[in-house]
Design a protein around this ligand. Structure first.
Ligand SMILES: CC(C)(COP(=O)(O)OP(=O)(O)OC[C@H]1O[C@@H](n2cnc3c(N)ncnc32)[C@H](O)[C@@H]1OP(=O)(O)O)[C@@H](O)C(=O)NCCC(=O)NCCS
Length: 148
């Protein structure tokens, strides 16, 4: 992952992040409401990837994990995911959920496993993303960070 750094997103980064998510057909809704925990990967000054975390008490929702196509397979997606999980642990989150249609074979390497929609706590079900899970046919995944 040479030359790539992971930092918190700045407000100036949001347009680029939204452009990336749009190209990957990932959800934009709710992104700006949770910008405090939005991370970006930079190559030089250029934003080439992102990962967001939404906090619902001691549960978290990992969302918007994406890397520009020409920068893939060099570790940026893994670094973003690990940084978001570190952010979750620092925020007192015990369990992290994610919803995906395209990467259920990517996330198990970080300890995520597929669970039933019914296992998602009511707090996380209130997220904008959850409303899209059923109609989009997304898989629900969960990683337990700490015993509650
Ligand atoms: C998923 C994604 C973020 C991974 O980013 P990346 O920078 O390529 O990831 P890394 O370089 O850290 O890891 C590459 C490894 O992950 C694997 N991988 C990447 N995307 C994958 C996917 N969608 N499903 C399964 N494996 C995947 C690669 O084959 C490679 O495997 P290897 O280590 O055995 O060679 C990137 O492919 C992406 O932006 N995809 C489109 C958006 C998306 O689907 N996001 C998930 C939404 S929840």
């Amino acid at each position: 992952m040479s030359g790539i750094t992971i930092t918190r997103a700045q407000m100036d980064d949001l347009d680029v992040v939204e452009g990336l998510l749009e190209r990957e057909q990932l959800l934009l809704d709710g992104l700006r409401e949770h910008v405090d925990h939005l991370l970006v990967a930079r190559s030089g000054n250029r934003v080439i990837g992102c990962a967001g975390l939404e906090v619902y008490g001691d549960a978290g929702l990992l969302r918007s994990v994406a890397v520009e196509a020409e920068h893939r397979s060099s570790g940026a997606g893994s670094a973003l995911t690990r940084a978001a999980l570190d952010e979750a642990a620092r925020s007192g989150i015990a369990v992290v959920y994610l919803f995906t249609k395209s990467a259920e074979r990517f996330f198990p390497r970080f300890g995520f496993e597929i669970v039933d929609r019914a296992d998602v706590p009511a707090t996380v079900q209130s997220s904008v993303e959850f409303a899209h899970v059923r109609c989009a046919g997304a898989v629900v995944m969960r990683k337990i960070l700490a015993a509650r």
